[in-house]
Ligand binder design. Structure first.
Ligand code: DGY
Length: 309
């Protein structure tokens, strides 16, 4: 029997898929995410690790796990939490869960676009605070989406799914990615809404910085459902406070689970706690995919979601 560590309790169906297939050690907390030292201790001697985006898999972790480790199956499409080169060097397979979360994540990007452009969070907080009000022609004005330009940064599966939904809102779509589309500078200057879907790499860290916010339209909205560090949060808070851009919607943060205090103080930013793939259907599919990858790797087969060779 293979020994595996699962670093967070997944949905029931995914947990059941492991039954009788391997010897499973499940971290159940507290705290909710496994601390690095405990991760190292419990990874020792395991043949497989089923990990979350919050778990750092680096050389230190791989040293602690030992040379019998065959696979790290990430319960996510993104795998910037894993040192893939180091895994490859040691012959450890790394796998992710692409495709199954594409539509759910694109839906959440739109939820944030609409919330940011129409001030949904602000209106909700306003009413909950029991603020006296009466309908007024100048009250809490946002902007139309119809006829405007949506700029997609990162045009992979999720970027394209987000772009497809724009047809229903009567928006024009432009995109920028490594393989083509508009230049980044053009997109930033033209877009009324920018939705970020690029992976986190050394090149994309702080892609959105003070000088980029200065080039955006003052009526523009920025939405990030990709990875927090693509956006310089301090610079974003400055841009939102100074009216350099109109609003932002964030699902991901630079130092999760922390949210930059300067952002929390602002009305024109809508924030949710990394919920892009958080639907029953999608989390079930992700869990089952991660388990499938794990079992394939344990048995020396090529996992469907393999990211290194
Ligand atoms: C992913 O899959 O990369 C998401 O960020 C986690 O839901």
């Amino acid at each position: 029997m293979f020994d595996v560590l699962v670093t967070r309790v997944m949905v029931d169906e995914a947990m059941r898929a492991l039954d009788g297939r391997c010897e499973v050690d499940v971290y159940t907390g507290p705290p909710e995410a496994i601390p690095y030292d405990e991760f190292r201790a419990r990874a020792q001697g395991k043949h497989g690790l089923l990990t979350m985006v919050s778990d750092r898999v680096d050389a230190g972790l791989l040293d602690a796990a030992g040379p019998q480790l065959r696979i790290v199956a990430n319960h996510a499409v993104g795998y910037d939490n894993i040192d893939v080169d180091e895994c490859t060097r040691r012959g450890v397979m790394v796998a992710n869960t692409p495709d199954v979360l594409t539509e759910a994540t694109a839906d959440l990007a739109w939820a944030l676009i609409l919330a940011a452009v129409r001030r949904i969070g602000e209106g909700d907080r306003f009413l909950r605070a029991k603020t006296p009000w009466i309908w007024g022609p100048r009250m809490m004005l946002g902007y139309d989406l119809y006829g405007k330009t949506l700029g997609i940064v990162g045009y992979g599966r999720i970027g394209q799914a987000t772009a497809r939904r724009a047809a229903g809102f009567g928006m024009r779509v432009i995109h920028h990615s490594r393989s083509g589309g508009h230049s980044f500078d053009d997109l930033v200057a033209q877009a009324d809404v920018i939705s970020v879907h690029a992976p986190l790499t050394p090149e994309t860290r702080h892609l959105f910085s003070t000088k980029v916010f200065q080039r955006m339209k003052p009526t523009a909205v920025l939405v990030n459902t990709a990875r927090g560090p693509l956006v310089d949060e301090v610079a974003l808070a400055e841009a939102l406070r100074g009216g350099e851009i109109f609003a932002a919607g964030l699902d991901v943060f630079e130092r999760e689970p922390l949210v930059e205090a300067a952002l929390l103080a602002l009305e024109n930013v809508t924030i949710v706690p990394h919920l892009g793939s958080a639907t029953v259907e999608t989390r079930t599919a992700m869990g089952l995919f991660a388990v499938e990858n794990l079992l394939s790797g344990l048995h020396g087969e090529r996992p469907r979601g393999l990211v290194n060779d």
